[in-house]
Design a protein around this ligand. Structure first.
Ligand code: CP
Length: 317
């Protein structure tokens, strides 16, 4: 794998990355967290869209691997003066960097970045940190990692998610997290059900290797092994997809009542940031079943593994 652009990984590659993340998780638990693996390497975090978790965890991951990490934000870059994304990417690459982690509001921006760099600076690796409504592969990997640890604990290494029943609930149409998880989790053997209002299930969903339904309560009765609640992406919804937030809550929110009806063994997940009281209640988010903060912790382990796998071992530019 040269770049990480999509959650569409084959099973062996996905397990290898999750196992590498186990090694990094062990480092993360140490008092002294530095590894020399990327000493002398430079990684640019180019974020043209807001982020707390992804941006910070990529920065921490790069630093714990001893890389030099540079942060470039859209609002503070020459993009504000009208520079194109292509010129920005090639300008950064021309400085001699080894990797670029890119978040962008446009679907396909990460693939374009990889294409431009392959042509001109083929040694530079690209990681998609979220492109529009398209994909967010490291989020899917960290979700798989956190869930695998919940299920298999310290014996996770080498394991997949065979037969694990996961419901992903909410604004599927606008969710790059849902798309990357819908590609990655079935490859790991999980049985995925996408749940949301009919207007927030994307066209063509029948072709995905998942089940889909609008009946959240029917899914809850089946006591899934994990519930992944998605943020309602008000900023990406250009029209009214549900008549009101009240109706959304009635149909698709993980309310206190629904959480009480769930078995204690269902793991509650959310990629963050959460709209508490909209797609998830505070009690559900804070419950013992909630893996939300474990997902955040896993983000550092997984992103260390991704940077290590893509950049270490390659000849410097
Ligand atoms: N889950 C996620 O991508 O969060 P951020 O937008 O804070 O990075």
């Amino acid at each position: 794998m040269k770049h990480l652009l999509s959650g569409a990984l084959d099973r062996a590659d996905a397990i290898a990355l999750l196992d590498a993340a186990e090694d990094m998780h062990e480092v993360q638990g140490r008092q002294l967290k530095k590894l020399p693996a990327l000493r002398g390497r430079t990684v640019v975090n180019a974020f043209f869209e807001n982020s707390t978790r992804t941006r910070s965890s990529f920065e921490i991951a790069g630093k714990w691997l001893s890389a030099d990490v540079i942060n470039v934000s859209g609002s503070a870059s020459s993009v504000k003066k009208g520079e194109s994304l292509r010129d920005t990417v090639l300008t950064l690459a021309a400085m001699g960097i080894d990797g670029i982690v890119i978040r962008h509001g446009d679907s396909g921006a990460a693939q374009l970045t990889a294409d431009w760099l392959d042509e001109r600076y083929p040694a530079v690796r690209v990681v998609n940190a979220g492109d529009g409504t398209h994909e967010h592969p490291t989020q899917a990997l960290l979700d798989a990692f956190a869930l695998r640890r919940r299920i298999h604990g310290n014996a996770s290494r080498g394991k997949a998610l065979d037969g694990v029943r996961i419901a992903i609930v909410g604004d599927i149409a606008h969710s790059r997290v849902a798309r990357s998880n819908a590609l990655l989790l079935p490859a790991l053997g999980a049985e995925v059900t996408l749940v949301g209002p009919p207007t927030l299930l994307p066209p063509g969903i029948e072709a995905w290797s998942v089940r889909s339904t609008s009946d959240f309560d029917e899914v809850l009765q089946q006591q899934p092994d994990a519930l992944m609640m998605l943020r309602v992406q008000l900023e990406r919804q250009q029209g009214a997809f549900v008549p009101s937030t009240g109706e959304y809550i009635v149909g698709w929110s993980l309310t206190d009542e629904r959480r009480k009806a769930l078995g204690d063994s269902t793991v509650i997940m959310h990629p963050g940031p959460m709209n508490r009281g909209l797609e998830i209640s505070s009690r559900a988010a804070e419950s013992l079943q909630s893996a939300v903060l474990e997902q955040v912790t896993s983000g550092v382990s997984v992103r260390m593994a991704v940077l290590y796998s893509l950049i270490a071992g390659e000849e410097p530019q």
